[in-house]
Write a protein that binds this ligand. Sequence first.
Ligand SMILES: NC(=O)c1ccc[n+]([C@@H]2O[C@H](COP(=O)([O-])OP(=O)(O)OC[C@H]3O[C@@H](n4cnc5c(N)ncnc54)[C@H](OP(=O)(O)O)[C@@H]3O)[C@@H](O)[C@H]2O)c1
Length: 381
Amino acid sequence: MATTSSSSDEAKKKEEGKKKKQALGWIEWLRGWFNLIYEMLFQRIMASHLQNPMPLPPVNDLTCIVTGSTSGIGREIARQLAESGAHVIMAVRNPKAAYELIQKWQNEWSGMGLPLNIEVMELDLLSLDSVVRFANAWNARLGPLHVLINNAGIFSIGEPQKFSKDGYEEHMQVNHLAPALLSVLLLQSLIKGSPSRIVNVNSTIHHVGFVDPEDMNVVCRGRKYTSLVGYSSSKLAQVMFSSVLHKRLPAETGISVLCVSPGIVQTNVARDLPKIVQTGYRLIPYFIFNAQEGSRSSLFAATDPQVSEYCELLKSDDWPVCAFISQDCRPTNPSEEAHNVQTSYEVWEKTLQMIGLPSDAVERLIEGDEVPCRYGAEEGN
Ligand SMILES: NC(=O)c1ccc[n+]([C@@H]2O[C@H](COP(=O)([O-])OP(=O)(O)OC[C@H]3O[C@@H](n4cnc5c(N)ncnc54)[C@H](OP(=O)(O)O)[C@@H]3O)[C@@H](O)[C@H]2O)c1
């Protein structure tokens, strides 16, 4: 009897495996590209109601961690938050560059108010040990955290597939896995700072992304790796993980989880493009945002008073995805694939495995328990 049922289970699994979606459908894929091109052509018109720089509500009481704040959008986010009175922690892989920036900003700011309350902590997202070290150092302060902005990201356009020392495809690690680990490890500090927010700087490119939870590294035969596949999958994985995190955090924790699109922005993200394409990129400033314009949706998501209410509403409606804010600071819907609840849960489970956390890590952290992580072992974790 047992043999019959186990063989029928296997047959069922095989059948499910056969039916498993292998890629985006043509229509979804075309719709994804349409969304991207539409954003590129019309972002300036759609965002014409926004001021630049965007005035922020009072942020004097906020402590904000901004990853990747030595360049591009993150640099603008950090500067504007600090100039508006927030306590800002620049979480960066190159602390020297961050100290130089702080020196420059303090000089420009002198005479305009109190010195900027801004500091630097080292964080290299290509090393999960570094993420654990950062989180341990932050949590040891026992202070509240109000806003975590997962901004740092890479898009190694045209480059061959590369893997981190942790063994993960680099886009997936920097854009999704490491920020996911950071967000989970900082939950107790975010609860102390509640109402608090996790803002993930995502991209409209997630609309052309596809994630196979069994092949997050895109190494299986039959799936051809390109940097676009690596980047778009990592951004979709981030939306899916954020949607499950948003659901797993009870309203009482007071933590809102959001993804944002900054728009198409002229930054160092295009540093790997051929020189001629980079020149073309600079010649079309009408279409492309500068970094200050590109920082608006993240700043909005981090500070607008109505954002938490909106996130709560989505939670109480049991909406399948987390809040997604577009480049014009309006709520929008992420891609159709991001609404795939089963894949989102599989991405959640797989991500926790990959970042070395138990599957009930979030629930245990909310209870105030210590949770072991496979990484950061030299720190005694
Ligand atoms: N620009 C766009 O059109 C666009 C569109 C959609 C989404 N985005 C997203 O916006 C975010 C910011 O990108 P950006 O356009 O401002 O690009 P950027 O100018 O290249 O800035 C990226 C930042 O991430 C940091 N970073 C990269 N790898 C890191 C690592 N291993 N550990 C720690 N920090 C690391 C970089 O540090 P260094 O300064 O040391 O290099 C830099 O500060 C990214 O998540 C990107 O995917 C950008």
